[in-house]
Ligand binder design. Structure first.
Ligand SMILES: Nc1ncnc2c1ncn2[C@@H]1O[C@H](COP(=O)(O)OP(=O)(O)OP(=O)(O)O)[C@@H](O)[C@H]1O
Length: 243
């Protein structure tokens, strides 16, 4: 079986120095790799490089058997639809002036040249699965709670049947009970659809729940640990800060 994602010898530097050095790993369908580290260590930058939002790096990112930087813009856009990123602030992915239904259905309408109502009808089982009502999608983003917006985001992302999701602190802005619901939902959708995931967080507990393997990013070094090694390592952390 070929890997969904192959990251080889990835280096990223900003003006002030190395962000990370020699990041290498592979990810299979249905698998979750956690990326853990304290604030500012470079987790989001790594996520952006993987998904192609940041292209100025050394090394190779191969997705779906294709080296992303060697693709033409047109081919990159096709692959990009199969890689989705969930952000810490989901409301920023929604245009405040557009009804949620329009933001959610737009990518599928665009990629598959389909009508909004047809797309929305096809999404109803997914809407039910995330625990929202179809009528909520006729609201504007500011009329939904943080947890509801993150669920609507799941509908938007999964509507494109992605093979890879990069989730960058997707629940860190939610309160604890909503956080648990959204994490469970992400896990079950991922399992059902066999999606590969890079899950970024500074919360050791969330890492343990969501990830099969965990990589620690510290001072530019990227090290993949088994769960027992991670438990020992993270004992010295609280809320992403070293104790
Ligand atoms: N476009 C940029 N230009 C210059 N420096 C940047 C840029 N983006 C990020 N940085 C710097 O790179 C470092 C890593 O930032 P990044 O956002 O990847 O960290 P992070 O681990 O995701 O942090 P947090 O957990 O706080 O979100 C930081 O020092 C940041 O200031």
């Amino acid at each position: 079986m070929s890997h969904v994602l192959k990251v080889r010898n990835l280096f990223k530097t900003y003006g002030h120095g190395d962000i990370f050095r020699d990041v290498t790993f592979t990810l299979d369908a249905g698998e979750t790799l956690g990326v853990f580290g304290m604030s500012g260590c470079g987790k989001s930058t790594l996520g952006r490089c993987i998904i192609g939002l940041e292209k100025n790096y050394r090394g190779d990112v191969e997705f779906n058997g294709k080296n992303l930087r060697r693709l033409s813009n047109k081919k990159f856009r096709l692959e990009r639809a199969l890689m989705q990123m969930i952000f810490q602030h989901p409301e920023m992915s929604f245009d405040p002036k557009m009804r949620v239904i329009d933001s959610v259905t737009e990518p599928v309408c665009y990629h598959f040249r389909k009508d909004r109502e047809d797309v929305f009808s096809e999404l109803k089982p997914l809407i039910k699965a995330v625990g929202l009502r179809p009528d909520q999608f006729y609201s504007y983003p500011n009329q939904l709670s943080g947890g509801e917006i993150q669920r609507a985001m799941m509908v938007k992302i999964y509507s494109l049947s992605p093979k890879l999701i990069v989730a960058d602190e997707p629940t860190s802005m939610l309160d604890m009970s909503v956080q648990a619901q959204v994490l469970n939902l992400m896990k079950s959708l991922q399992k059902e659809r066999d999606t590969a995931c890079v899950f970024i967080s500074h919360d050791p507990e969330v890492m343990r729940i969501m990830c099969d393997r965990i990589a620690v990013l510290e001072k530019g070094e990227f090290e993949i640990m088994c769960k027992r090694e991670f438990d020992d390592y993270s004992e010295n952390f609280h809320e992403g800060l070293p104790l």
